[in-house]
Design a protein around this ligand. Structure first.
Ligand SMILES: [Zn+2]
Ligand SMILES: [Zn+2]
Length: 280
């Protein structure tokens, strides 16, 4: 089978290199990990031993791309100085871990504006990103801004937010990760061919498809425009299977990662479904 660049989010429980076992069992060629406990601030450096284990596993696997998802605690848009500097430090540490592991992309939720408001929030994010890129200037790791569902005051649900931040940072180490569930919950109706074409047309016009580096494939438990970030199995949510078939064929060249509920053997079922949609 040709490279599909399709995979899932893998667990690093018991060691970072264990993600390859899960990936190999599922027969995928791409996966996403957290490079540390994603619900804690505590950062860690990659030891020489971990680095070797990871690169050995990488070399002996069929994996083409590994993507990292940054911790959910990071909020570069925070109006609180201590939270903002903690967020920057954590993101710097993340980029360093990715560099050590040979992970190409670190996916980031842009941030939540809270009482600062969106414009000021985006300015803070851009400032934070510039600091992080400066502190890691020798790295090739790209930070990918993920579109969000728009829950609360989260920035990034509108493609224009991503463009504004990219313009302010002005670096080729910033790209975008497109999450289908988030886009749908934010009001982008990708269900029909017309809606799909319109959404990616807007994306191309505003963000630029050349900046799209990774896709998160999740169906949505929430309705169109619900702002609910609730992932569902492919074809079982409100988006439905059709849009995913289009993505599998239109974005063959980009890493695509499932973040669907990991119950029973749903990873296999979702993968099978997506693989069956690829036209040869
Ligand atoms: Zn995410
Ligand atoms: Zn989500």
């Amino acid at each position: 089978m040709a490279d599909l660049l399709l995979g899932v989010h893998c667990s690093i429980s018991g060691g970072l290199h264990n993600a390859f076992d899960e990936a190999n069992q599922l027969g995928v060629d791409t996966f996403q990990i957290f490079t540390k406990n994603q619900r804690q601030w505590r950062d860690k450096k990659i030891s020489a031993y971990e680095k070797k284990e990871f690169s050995d596993a990488f070399d002996s696997s069929a994996i083409k791309t590994v993507v990292s998802h940054t911790t959910y605690l990071i909020n570069l848009a925070s109006g609180k100085d201590d939270l903002r500097s903690k967020s920057e430090a954590s993101l710097i540490s993340e980029v360093e871990r990715c560099t050590d592991l040979g992970v190409a992309y670190a996916v980031l939720h842009p941030g939540a504006a809270k009482d600062l408001g969106y414009d000021k929030g985006m300015e803070q994010i851009a400032m934070g990103l510039r600091n992080v890129l400066k502190a890691t200037r020798d790295s090739n790791v790209m930070i990918l801004l993920e579109n969000t569902a728009g829950q609360g005051s989260s920035i990034g649900y509108d493609f224009n937010h991503l463009r504004t931040i990219m313009d302010q940072v002005d670096s080729d180490r910033i790209g975008v990760c497109f999450d289908t569930c988030h886009a749908f919950a934010a009001g982008y109706d990708i269900r029909s061919k017309e809606g799909y074409d319109d959404t990616f047309g807007q994306f191309d016009e505003i963000v630029g498809l050349e900046h799209l580096k990774v896709l998160h494939l999740n169906d949505s438990k929430g309705d169109l425009g619900s702002k609910l970030d609730r992932h569902d199995n492919i074809g079982f949510g409100n988006i439905g299977a059709e849009a995913f078939g289009r993505i599998m064929n239109d974005f063959k060249h980009l890493p695509k990662v499932l973040e669907t509920p990991k119950k029973d053997d749903w990873d296999s079922k979702n993968l099978e479904m997506l693989r069956s949609m690829v036209n040869n």
